[in-house]
Design a protein. Structure first.
Length: 42
C-alpha cells in the first residue's frame, strides 16, 4: 500500500510514532534503500 501511495504522489512524508522521519520527492523516497528496508518491506 505504501509503495503504491508513493507511486501516485509527487511529495511524501514518512512518519514513525507521530514524528516525520523523512520527507521529499515521493520517487526519491521510494528509491532510497534505507526507506525501502525500514518502511516498504523491500
Amino acid at each position: 500500500m505504501a509503495t503504491r501511495a508513493l507511486a501516485l504522489a509527487d511529495r511524501a512524508c514518512i512518519l514513525e510514532t507521530g514524528e516525520v522521519v523523512a520527507h521529499g520527492d515521493a520517487a526519491d523516497l521510494a528509491r532510497d534503500p534505507e526507506i525501502k528496508a525500514a518502511y516498504l518491506g523491500s
